[in-house]
Design a protein around this ligand. Sequence first.
Ligand code: ADP
Ligand code: MG
Length: 321
Amino acid sequence: MLNEFDIIRTCFDQPGLAAQPGDVVRQGIGDDCALLRVPPGKELAFSMDTLVEGVHFPAMAEPDDLGWRALAVNLSDLAAAGATPLVFTLGLTLPSAQEAWLQGFAGGLREAAGRYGCALVGGDLTRGPLTITIQVHGLVDEGKAISRAGARPGDSLYVSGSIGGAALGLQLLENDSDDFTAEEKAALLAAFWRPQPRVALGAAVAGLVTAGIDISDGLLADLAHICERSRCGAALRLDDVPFASTVPKHTREYYLQTGDDYELLLTVSGKRDKEFLAAAGACGVPVTRIGEITTGSGVDCLAGDGSKVIVTGRGYQHFHA
Ligand code: ADP
Ligand code: MG
C-alpha cells in the first residue's frame, strides 16, 4: 500500500501529466497553492465536474478509461465556452490505495492531458467511496467566451459529430447485445469511455457563434437550456439530426434524451454561416444544421413534413395541424 505522498509523487507528479512551471503556470504540484498568471487580453474559464462510482460510471470501469473520461467530460465544458485548456486540479476519493489501479488511472489522465494540452497542477486525496472531482481551467480571449445566452430568432442550429453512440455504449456495458458487430461494439464502448471533447472546434468558433453548450444531458435537454438562457425557442428537424449509424431508426427519439456524447450544440447568425462552416471544416469536425432558433419558448421537434412531433420518454406521437 502506498501512502498519500508516495501516490502523489509516483502517480500524479510525473512527466506528461504534471504541469512544468513556465510563463503562465508559475507553480504546480508540491506547494500549498498552484499559481497561474493570466496573460493580458485573456480571461480564465473554469469548470468542475464530479464522477461518483455507481452514479456516473459502472463499478467495473477500467482505471485508464476512467482517467480519460473524468478529464474529458470537464474539457467538454471548456470547449463549450470556446476556451483553450490550460491546467486542472484533481480531488480523488478512494476506498483504498491500489498501486495498479492508481497507475492505470493516472495513465488515462495523462493520455487526455497530453491530447488536449491540460496539465495537472494540484489536488487532494481522501479515503471514501470512489469519487473523482476535476476542476479544469482554460483561457479565452477577453469578451469572446461562448455562453448559452446569446441565441437569437433566425439563428441556425448546428451540432457537431453524431448523437447516441455513448448511450448505446452504456447500454452495452449493462447488457451485451447480438445486434452489433465486434467493431461496432468497440466503437460504441469507446464513445462512452473515451469521449472526444470538441476543444478545437469550440476555440475556433468563439466570437463567431451566438451561443453554445456541450451535450452532456441529451440533445433536447441541452437545447432547452440554450432556449431558457437566451429567452427564445428552437425548431429541431428530426430528420436532420446526425444519429450514430448504429442507432436503430425506430428508437431515434429516445437518443435525443440520452447524454454523454459531449458534442457541441451551436447557434450561428445567418450572415456568419459560411464563416462558421469554414472554421469547423478547418478543424476537421463535421457539423450538421439541425434546425433554427425561433421566437417563443421551448423546443419544437419537427418531422420531415414540418408537422410537430411530441417526443416522450417512450416514443413519439404525430400532431398534424
Ligand atoms: P495541503 O495539506 O496543504 O492541502 P496536501 O498535502 O494535500 O496539501 O498536498 C500536497 C501537494 O500535493 C499540493 O500541492 C497538492 O496540490 C498536491 N496534491 C494532492 N493531491 C493531489 C492529487 N490527487 N493530484 C495532484 N496533486 C495533488
Ligand atoms: Mg496547505
